[in-house]
Design a protein around this ligand. Structure first.
Ligand SMILES: Cc1cc2nc3c(=O)[nH]c(=O)nc-3n(C[C@H](O)[C@H](O)[C@H](O)COP(=O)(O)OP(=O)(O)OC[C@H]3O[C@@H](n4cnc5c(N)ncnc54)[C@H](O)[C@@H]3O)c2cc1C
Length: 412
């Protein structure tokens, strides 16, 4: 830094401003333009939700499903393919773009369930995009990113979801028919009712993670039944199914990657999935805070607005603090992931930080709305219910904390 620049910084600091030293020209220009692009993406996503989602969301929450037409509309808007490479039909971009898009949706009032249902391709497709054959990409990835198909991911089984390496659904090779015969049950499959295909974790080999493979099972495959009767505390507009496979025959061409590589493929996506759920958590928290701050300015008790009470103002600030911390930490971990760093433990911490934030903020949002906050159809009530899945799905808190402990060397 030159003397001139140092003097300028000191003057700025004395005015309470922080001035950065000069950045390398290219990096700065690129960073600024990427940041503008992300802001535009966030605004476009918010506008999409205000126009296409908000007017209908309660109806979809009550009906238990997001319409297929919404997938097509989101694809036309260029939202479904963000962070998928152009080579598989995506819009390109990275995890930070995907975060900007999701933040825009939550800003405008999207529910966590809506996001899970609409962006179900985000968990069904990455393995196919990374390890699939060109035929698999053409058959499932491109049409899903174009909003023409809906995909789902089935790992969890009635016997347990936390221990992925223990799954029991089997797929035995049927040499005569050049395919697999699948038997077992998957549960809690997001978008499983509407799905045209399900990326399914199956056991093709022996016990443990080395015996797991991924197979795409298509809708209508004989021997597959879909139980649509799982009703949930939250995520009401996200359809959730239990799938039973009885001697279901699946072509060998539907195997994703090598036999036995399923666990590694699933694990590869965990960082992105956990950061995505962190965004759900601080996204609904930020929206609940905005709604609550607005409510506290207009709602009067004892002859003055709620916000006139110091205890209320301090509560709003505490809610804001938690949102800011969760957002900043999640962004930092995502940026390190994009830069190629291994951030498996940090992604667990980011999810937990954001989940704790959502648990506190969504609860306080209901509290400050009083009885109105307890009414079905009040937006903060929906976020409060939706928040409850976040410490369970995509890795339960205890499991992720233990994983972080191992990775950070806090072991006996
Ligand atoms: C709405 C919803 C949508 C979902 N979507 C999908 C999907 O699309 N695809 C999919 O495959 N799965 C999905 N899941 C499943 C989800 O990932 C699992 O519920 C989750 O992994 C936990 O598995 P489990 O429910 O079997 O709980 P279990 O594994 O039985 O664990 C129960 C509880 O025990 C505690 N626990 C577990 N292990 C430990 C441990 N080692 N030490 C201490 N405590 C522990 C945790 O508190 C945990 O919540 C979804 C679930 C829900 C509710």
């Amino acid at each position: 830094m030159t003397e001139q620049e140092r003097a300028r910084n000191e003057r700025a600091a004395s005015r309470g401003q922080i001035e950065q030293g000069p950045r390398p020209r290219d990096e700065g220009a690129d960073g600024a333009s990427r940041s503008r692009e992300r802001t535009a993406l966030r605004e476009m996503a918010a506008e999409f939700v205000r126009r296409e989602v908000a007017p209908h969301l309660q109806e979809w929450e009550d009906g238990g499903e997001v319409p297929r037409a919404l997938h097509a509309a989101a694809a036309r808007q260029g939202l479904l393919g963000v962070s998928f490479p152009a080579a598989v039909g995506g819009q390109g971009g990275d995890l930070l773009d995907s975060i900007a898009l999701q933040e825009g949706c939550f800003d405008a009032g999207a529910s966590s369930g809506l996001m899970a249902a609409l962006f179900t391709g985000g968990i069904a497709l990455p393995h196919l995009a990374a390890c699939g054959t060109p035929q698999q990409v053409d058959r499932w990835v491109r049409p899903t990113l174009a909003g023409e198909l809906i995909g789902a991911l089935a790992i969890t089984e009635p016997g347990g979801g936390s221990d992925v390496a223990a799954i029991r659904t089997t797929a035995h090779r049927d040499q005569d028919a050049d395919g697999y015969v699948v038997n077992g049950t998957k549960t809690f499959v997001t978008s499983g009712v509407r799905a045209d295909f399900v990326t399914t974790a199956v056991r093709t080999g022996g016990p443990g993670h080395a015996g797991i493979s991924l197979l795409v099972v298509e809708k209508g495959t004989p021997g597959v039944t879909v139980d649509r009767t799982l009703t949930k505390m939250g995520w009401h507009c996200s359809d959730t199914a239990e799938l039973a496979f009885v001697d279901a025959r699946v072509p060998a061409a539907n195997l994703v990657g090598e036999e036995g590589s399923g666990f590694a493929q699933i694990a590869e996506q965990f960082v992105v999935e956990r950061i995505g759920l962190a965004v759900h958590a601080y996204g609904i928290a930020a929206r609940s805070l905005d709604l609550t701050a607005a409510y506290c300015r207009t709602r009067e008790t004892f002859g003055r607005p709620l916000v006139a009470n110091q205890v209320v103002r301090h509560r709003l600030v505490e809610m804001r603090r938690q949102v800011e911390v969760a957002r900043a930490y999640t962004h930092a971990v995502a940026a390190r992931h994009v830069a190629g760093e291994a951030v498996v433990a940090e992604a667990c911490l980011a999810k937990q930080t954001a989940v704790d934030c959502a648990t506190y903020v969504c609860d306080q949002a209901v509290q400050l709305h009083g009885g109105t906050g307890y009414l079905h159809g009040t937006e903060v009530e929906r976020h409060y219910r939706d928040a409850r899945i976040l410490p369970i799905g995509g890795g339960a808190t205890e499991v992720l904390t233990d994983l972080a402990a191992r990775l950070m060397g806090y072991t006996a």
